[in-house]
Design a protein around this ligand. Structure first.
Ligand SMILES: Nc1nc2c(c(=O)[nH]1)N[C@H]1C(S)=C(S)[C@@H](COP(=O)(O)OP(=O)(O)OC[C@H]3O[C@@H](n4cnc5c(=O)[nH]c(N)nc54)[C@H](O)[C@@H]3O)O[C@H]1N2
Ligand SMILES: Nc1nc2c(c(=O)[nH]1)N[C@H]1C(S)=C(S)[C@@H](COP(=O)(O)OP(=O)(O)OC[C@H]3O[C@@H](n4cnc5c(=O)[nH]c(N)nc54)[C@H](O)[C@@H]3O)O[C@H]1N2
Ligand code: SF4
Ligand SMILES: [Mo]
Length: 755
């Protein structure tokens, strides 16, 4: 019997199928699944953003991807894709793929080693750190960009198998606020909407969201709206989305809370609230109403810099009787020092008007990464795997039973947040880190601090597709991972839709899927029996179904990957009972024996149509706090407020994937840039193309000037795709979600001195 590693490595050169397939002991050698019919097509959900577009992958006779086109039949993208989706196969073939494990040698260089050596180092070094400093001295930083089977296996392995208390992920940088805001207000992290709401709304309010750049296919769905909608964009910058809107509200950065409380007051004053809904389905309205009473239009205008006319016009639009109003937010809200309360200010507006659960309504958080939703449910960080609570003994018992593990192995509290994990590294408490599919050295706030922490770590493992990322270059051990398109599994998109990503290409060299790597780690660690049921991604999906059963996110009615694919994706909830009911209805309609059925064909899923929330009293909560000033306001020495975010639809985060495409590189500048208002550029003597020096209290960098009225006077903007940006950012966090406030810090800007 070949070892697990031998089987995995052998399977890589065998037919095109997962390294680990359907059944325990059957590693798929010699088996070609029908979906990979030679010279046919396969489908895969895109692995970049949370829109979750379906891509049709064209295969050669060997079943390998040669090209792709957007899937015309998928209910999400309707045949469309953005530039990243079209170019999704290109980064797989990049010359700097990690093709073998790399270990830092005594001379300080990274040298290729084989898997047995890498695994021995991995478990030997981590175990010795734990033996010396306690189990808590090892922590994990993971991602929202791997399939849900992988993130769940990692979460379970780290916490229950390896005794690691702290696992967090880049979802903290991105969606932690939405997770906490929904959980506090609705009792569960449950974005209520479906993408059809973009088309069904009369008034769409986008707050801190730039979908034209960050979610272009969602924006296409807005453009399909035939109701002549009012589109209101709240953003300090006049973004592409703001330009396309019917009304742009360029509120001062981080004054959203004041604006939204002011709008709530106006709705109350105009009687544009739903007293029945409030009385039957919410708590805390009376306190909220008296709290917002001081947010007069005059006060709001003063704080936000908006005109009274614009504020009152906005109130008029959202108060219009019978109008369907939807609120959409992204990082302009989530990455703030009062992020959770700002998200809840939007939730409050939708609750008080009873605008939830119906077409075109809701307070809707747009997700970031392809599987941030999966990591919110199954990452095993803030919530216990499956959306349960660590502190709840009954939940621990239940989860232990499903996973077949002793519940006493389940910690009684959630992981520490990303920033606290790094604080613990700084304090010498955490001595080793395992970083998976995230590029901390580039993307973490105040990244200069992370650079200093590197020296405090006894052992740093980075598991990535590339050995060249800013973080991988600092590793003691690099584990080479297969990427999107090289493995099977499920992503969950912004509207709670599960979709399947398929293996259509071979990972290069010795690279293995993250799933396979986690299985090998479990074996090397000596805890593999705990994960016997997790024999393949498909088998792991079965575990996830069991965990979801009875939860708000119940998807136990899904049969398997083929069922999801045949249905055009399936939104949760989709319980066994729902599946049976739909099947019966469908059978009645069709009058014949139906083997499978397609939920999406007659099924658009919104939450809370019945006004029942997931709190213990089934009521949603009005939550609010007074606005507080910016953590780092501008002053005479640092007179500009730096805002950061997405630069173009062709650039993805730290560029590890999108920079590999010559096509995508043509669509965006390849050097860091800074947007400055003309009235600020003139006194600096700067014109577009000049090299500017940007300094903050943390560090300094240079970037090319783009002089543009898109940014307001006193504000500057830099895209996050260049590592230089987080050298500048100020480490402030939302107190509830601990999400970093990336979008506001004080900087000084001048012409860079000639070298
Ligand atoms: N092309 C591309 N698409 C992506 C990504 C990518 O890297 N590239 N990343 C994906 C991920 S993970 C995410 S999280 C999403 C992010 O998607 P978005 O959140 O839409 O993108 P950002 O540019 O980060 O921020 C949105 C806007 O917030 C504004 N903003 C800043 N401060 C404030 C404020 O105080 N109030 C208000 N109202 N607005 C403010 C900024 O000016 C910016 O225009 O994009 C996803 N899609
Ligand atoms: N200043 C500023 N900073 C920001 C933001 C901002 O708006 N402003 N936004 C924040 C947000 S919302 C986010 S989401 C983060 C994103 O920050 P990161 O997560 O650091 O960015 P990515 O470049 O997406 O990093 C993903 C890494 O995973 C690797 N990878 C991709 N697929 C796989 C896989 O299948 N397996 C493995 N093992 N590796 C894989 C890629 O090569 C890459 O190195 O940045 C945050 N940082
Ligand atoms: S919009 Fe998002 S999911 Fe769709 S193709 Fe572009 S990156 Fe992929
Ligand atoms: Mo994100």
């Amino acid at each position: 019997m070949p070892s697990l590693l031998e089987q995995l490595l052998l399977a890589r050169t065998g037919p095109m199928t997962s390294e680990l397939v359907q059944h325990p002991g059957d590693f798929g050698l010699g088996k070609v699944p029908s979906r990979l019919a030679p010279a046919g097509t396969a489908k895969a959900i895109c692995g970049f953003c949370s829109t979750g577009c379906s891509l049709q992958i064209h295969l050669n006779a060997a079943g390998e991807a040669i090209n792709l086109t957007p899937d015309p039949d998928y209910p999400v993208n309707l045949g469309m894709a953005c530039p990243k989706g079209w170019e999704a196969l290109t980064p797989l073939a990049a010359p700097d793929r990690a093709t073998s494990p790399l270990l830092r040698d005594s001379k300080g260089g990274l040298r290729p080693v084989d898997w047995p050596r890498a695994l021995a180092e991995f478990s030997g070094r981590f175990k010795s750190v734990q033996a010396l400093h306690g189990p808590g001295a090892v922590a994990v930083l993971s991602t929202g960009q791997i399939v849900v089977e992988e993130m769940a296996l990692l979460g379970a392995l780290a916490k229950f198998g390896m005794g690691i208390a702290d696992i967090d992920s880049n979802t903290r940088q991105c969606m932690a606020t939405s997770h906490v805001a929904y959980k506090q207000s609705y009792g569960f992290d449950a974005p209520p909407f479906t993408y059809a709401d973009f088309e069904e709304s009369d008034v769409l309010v986008f707050v801190g969201a730039n979908p034209c750049i960050a979610h272009p296919i969602m924006w296409q769905r807005v453009m399909r709206n035939r109701r002549n909608p009012a589109i209101i964009v709240v953003d300090p910058r006049r973004t592409e989305t703001a330009m396309a809107a019917t009304l742009h509200l360029p509120a001062r950065p981080k004054t959203d809370l004041t604006l939204l409380y002011g709008l709530a007051r106006e709705l109350i004053k105009r009687g544009a609230v739903d007293p029945t809904f409030i009385a039957e389905h919410t708590t805390g309205f009376a306190e909220f109403a008296s709290f917002v009473d001081t947010f007069t239009p005059e006060h709001v205008a003063r704080e936000t810099g908006l005109s009274m006319a614009d504020i009152l016009h906005t109130a008029e639009l959202i108060a219009r009787p019978g109008a369907r109003v939807s609120y959409w937010w992204t990082m302009g809200v989530n990455q703030s020092h009062q992020a959770t309360r700002t998200a809840q200010a939007l939730i409050n507006l939708s609750l008080m008007a009873g605008q939830i659960g119906q077409p075109g309504t809701g307070a809707n958080s747009i997700t970031g990464q392809c599987n941030a939703m999966g990591s919110r449910l199954f990452g095993n960080a803030t919530s216990l795997i499956g959306g349960y609570d660590y502190a709840n003994a009954a939940h621990r018992e239940h989860v232990g039973q499903i996973l077949g593990i002793d519940p006493s192995l389940i910690p009684q509290q959630a992981s520490r947040a990303y920033d606290r994990i790094l604080d613990a590294v700084d304090a010498g408490e955490i001595r080793a880190l395992w970083i998976i599919a995230t590029n901390t050295a580039h993307s973490w706030i105040n990244s200069g601090k992370f650079a200093q922490l590197r020296d405090k770590l006894d052992f740093l493992v980075v598991q990535d597709m590339y050995a060249t990322t800013e973080t991988a270059r600092q590793a003691d051990l690099v584990l080479p991972a297969a990427g999107w398109g090289e493995k099977d599994g499920v992503f969950i998109n912004s509207e709670r839709r599960l979709g399947v990503a398929r293996k259509v290409a071979r990972a290069p060299g010795q690279a293995l899927s993250d799933f396979a790597i986690f299985k090998l780690v479990a074996e090397a660690w000596g805890c593999s029996p705990m994960f016997a049921r997790w024999s393949s991604p498909a088998a792991a999906f079965g575990v996830l179904k069991d965990l979801s059963r009875g939860q708000p996110c119940d998807f136990s009615g899904i049969r398997d990957y083929d069922h999801i694919e045949a249905s055009g994706g399936i939104q949760w909830p989709f319980s066994e009972e729902m599946a049976e009911r739909l099947k019966a209805e469908k059978l009645k309609e069709a009058g014949s024996a139906l083997q499978s059925f397609s939920p999406s064909a007659f099924f658009e899923s919104r939450l809370f149509a019945d006004g029942k929330f997931f709190t213990s009293d089934h009521r949603a909560k009005f939550l609010f706090d007074p606005p507080v000033p910016l953590p780092e306001p501008v002053d005479a020495a640092y007179p500009f407020l730096l805002n950061t975010g997405r630069g173009s639809s062709a650039q993805w985060h730290t560029g590890s994937r999108t920079d590999k495409s010559a096509v995508l590189r043509k669509l965006a500048p390849n050097l860091p840039w800074i947007e400055l208002n003309p009235s600020d550029a003139a006194p600096l003597g700067a014109v577009t193309g000049d090299r500017m020096l940007i300094r903050s209290r943390r560090g300094s960098t240079t970037a090319l000037a783009v002089v543009t009225p898109i940014v307001q006077p006193g504000q500057v903007f830099m895209p996050m795709h260049f590592a230089e940006v987080n050298v500048l950012t100020f480490p402030a966090y939302d107190p509830h979600s601990r999400q970093p406030a990336y979008k506001a810090c004080a900087v000084a800007v001048s012409l860079a001195p000639n070298l």
